[in-house]
Write a protein that binds this ligand. Structure first.
Ligand SMILES: Cc1ncc(COP(=O)(O)O)c(C=O)c1O
Length: 444
């Protein structure tokens, strides 16, 4: 029932305007390759539009490390670092509240820059501490009752899944996960059937999961939600700054993200997009505070008219300003060139890793992003991460608890995650692969 036909797949690909040509399955994957990797086809001008050497010289970390852990957190570029330092300095000189007031125009610019990056208006942006805080604020605003259905996927982020389960235990809501397509990624046709049959109160989809290169078809799902009038929450934590995001095109009601990953903003900062529809419906977070609302009488409060009703009172304003700077930086470079550069580096990485005997590529889906995940027979990813770090190469180890369903499906308990950004070089990719090859040879 849930098998997606080739026609539908082609229709979906065309509908979202993918430029990737699915030209070839990687040569030489043999038994090692679990994924059907596609070679990204970027317009030449996209890739050459980025001056990699200039961007690297703007990124202090590039001089110290081969940073291939951008799915953990990207290296901040100079302007982002300076935005933090300048504001902290100002706070230390004139006082925290006074500094925030003095930089009000810059703060408004931060809202504008972020809104511009995702095709929204500043009134639709709430700043938060991280993607999880954004997600929780959104989730808590949906008036869920016993028996209501939350429809999600098998690849949604671990914290989101834990929150669904907590709601299930406390409120008696039903959590339904749509099945995956045989190629990987949620089966959009199955989603459609489930939306029609179950009338969910909320649909939640993680655009790019934390632990693999999968890109979920959030645009197609958005149009299903719009047609059915269902609230739609997209977790864009790993896609913001890596893939183009246009909230109008996505048709989402909420979009949660953090600043520190592919957007190259600071740690400890995030944001939530809230649609006008949600604002007009009067939805507000369950634990709204005195920033999100005014206490106007002994037993009454009034929520703010815009997305700031999803914010909390206390802010690290230095991080808000730096997030705005990161959004401007990404916009100035252009998300399309960024996307193709990352895709090209990730493809190179998959190709080279795929030729190492013990390595099994775990990324599935017809359209893959910059997160490359592999299982290596007989080797603990945690130990490999430490050994690579000792050589100045940053990667990350992922364990089953980060993505129980996906890991069980793939029959692995952990993986090595390598996530390049546009500022990495082809030489760095090759260096990392050689280092892995050497480490495996030395340990087997
Ligand atoms: C897909 C996804 N969603 C949400 C999160 C949580 O982000 P944060 O740590 O900013 O709350 C992560 C973190 O890695 C993630 O990868």
């Amino acid at each position: 029932m849930y098998e997606c036909g080739a026609d539908l797949e082609i229709a979906n690909a065309v509908a979202i305007g993918r430029v990737i040509a699915f030209l070839e399955t990687l040569a030489g994957l043999g038994d090692h390759g679990a994924c059907e990797c596609s070679r990204p086809q970027a317009p030449d001008s996209s890739v050459s539009a980025l001056d990699i050497q200039r961007l690297r010289s703007d990124t202090p970390g590039c001089q110290e490390r081969v940073h291939l852990n951008n799915a953990g957190s990207g290296l901040m570029p100079g302007p982002v670092v300076r935005a933090i330092q300048d504001h902290i300095t100002l706070e230390s000189r004139i006082g925290g509240y006074e500094a925030a007031e003095a930089r009000q125009d810059a703060v408004q610019d931060a809202y504008r820059s972020l809104a511009h990056l995702i095709g929204a208006q500043p009134r639709n942006i709430a700043f938060t501490e991280n993607a999880t805080a954004s997600f929780i604020q959104a989730l808590s605003s949906v008036r869920l009752q016993r028996g209501d259905v939350i429809l999600t996927t098998r690849n949604d982020y671990a914290s989101n899944q834990i929150q669904f389960l907590s709601l299930q235990a406390r409120l008696g809501v039903r959590i339904v996960r749509a099945p995956d397509h045989s190629q990987g990624g949620v089966d959009v046709q199955a989603m459609d059937e489930l939306i029609r049959r179950l009338s969910p109160k909320l649909v939640c989809v993680t655009h790019v999961p934390t632990n693999s290169g999968l890109i979920q078809d959030v645009t197609a799902i958005g149009s299903l939600c719009r047609n059915a009038g269902v609230l739609y929450l997209v977790d864009a934590c790993q896609s913001i700054g890596q893939l183009p995001i246009d909230v109008a095109g996505l048709g989402c009601d909420f979009l949660s993200a953090s600043a520190r990953k592919y957007l190259r903003g600071p740690r400890g900062a995030g944001f939530l997009y809230v649609s006008d529809r949600v604002l007009d419906l009067g939805l507000e977070p369950l634990f709204i505070d005195m920033r999100g609302a005014d206490w106007i009488a002994e037993d009454r409060y009034r929520a703010l008219p815009d997305a700031r009703r999803f914010e909390n009172w206390e802010f690290a304003w230095a991080l808000v300003l730096a997030t705005g700077e990161a959004a401007r930086y990404a916009t100035a470079l252009g998300i399309e060139p960024i996307r193709w550069r990352i895709a090209a580096l990730a493809t190179r990485l998959r190709e080279r890793l795929g030729s190492i005997g013990q390595v099994r590529l775990l990324d599935r889906g017809s359209d893959l992003c910059g997160i490359v995940s592999v299982a290596i027979a007989g080797h603990d990813p945690g130990e490999l991460v430490s050994a690579l770090r000792a050589r100045g190469i940053n990667t990350s180890a992922q364990i089953r608890e980060y993505a129980v369903i996906d890991y069980d499906d793939k029959r692995v308990s952990s993986s090595l995650r390598i996530s390049p950004h546009y500022y990495n070089t082809e030489e760095e990719i090759d260096l990392a692969v050689s280092a892995i090859r050497e480490l495996l040879a030395a340990r087997s």
